[in-house]
Design a protein around this ligand. Structure first.
Ligand code: SAH
Length: 245
């Protein structure tokens, strides 16, 4: 059973003051197995070894939301959440597993990845997940999605200004974007603040932390939507990454 995920009950407890139920642990295990299988046909993720998968996919996904009490209560109360550029389902799928009362929309521009995720959703019996194929630039201009979400998540998708331009248009006023990053500098905070201001948001919090097994540095950027986003954002496909705000 080399593919058995570690339980890490103590580390969950120490770092996030939370532990998965047996059912959630089983779903984490199933997710890992489905990704190993899916990787044979699709380039889903390089992070497959059990400990590394636990730390860089499961723990990292949940670290962005669990310590934030006020975000948790909105998740429990049934928030609508969008995960932009979800890839193999991170951070959206682990969050869907731990927050069954929220509705998570997994968005990716690659049809094959969304097909894979539809299989995951069905095998894990996740009743609270929707899937969506499309580019964030287009989805952000559609009335059925624009300003409709309480929480927008984005990890490992392009430069930080593009992440802000993808997330903020999708949020309701008062909603929150969480951008997952590795390293972060003060200079980037200035660029980000300028972009966020144009998009109708403000930088609420920047948190640095280290991952519990390898002590890798991570940052989560929390952006609050405080005004309507001007209709010219998001700009057309490709522009947010080519001409970052
Ligand atoms: N969030 C995942 C995957 C990151 S890889 C993780 O952290 O593991 C980036 C993913 O974003 C890819 O699957 C790619 O197809 C998707 N993507 C890139 N640009 C996008 C866009 N403009 N709109 C929607 N999806 C996008």
């Amino acid at each position: 059973m080399t593919n058995l995920l570690p339980e890490m009950a103590q580390i969950w407890q120490q770092t996030l003051k939370w532990q998965p139920t047996d059912e959630q642990q089983t779903q984490f295990q199933q997710l890992h197995e489905l990704i190993l299988e899916g990787n044979r046909q699709l380039n889903l993720t390089r992070i497959t070894e059990p400990q590394e998968f636990w730390e860089k996919h499961l723990w990292d996904s949940l670290r962005g939301i669990i310590p934030q009490q006020q975000f948790i209560s909105s998740l429990v109360a049934g928030a609508s959440v969008v995960d932009i550029g979800t890839g193999a389902g991170f951070p959206g799928v682990p969050i869907a597993i731990v927050a069954p009362n929220s509705t998570i929309t997994l968005l990716d521009s690659t049809r094959k990845k969304i097909n894979f995720l539809e299989q995951v959703v069905s095998e894990l019996a996740l009743a609270n997940v929707k899937t969506l194929v499309g580019r964030a630039e287009e989805i952000g201009q559609q009335t059925q999605h624009r300003q409709k979400y309480d929480l927008a998540l984005i990890r490992a998708v392009g430069n930080v200004s593009a992440c802000a331009e993808y997330t903020l248009p999708l949020l309701k006023q008062g909603g929150l974007a969480i951008i997952y990053r590795g390293t972060w500098t003060e200079a980037e905070t200035i660029t980000l603040s300028n972009a966020v201001q144009q998009l109708g948001g403000e930088v609420e919090l920047i948190q640095q932390f280290t991952t519990p097994l390898t002590n890798s540095v991570r940052h989560c950027l929390y952006l609050r939507k405080i005004r309507n986003t001007p209709t010219k954002f998001p700009r057309t496909v490709g522009i947010p990454t080519q001409k970052p705000l």
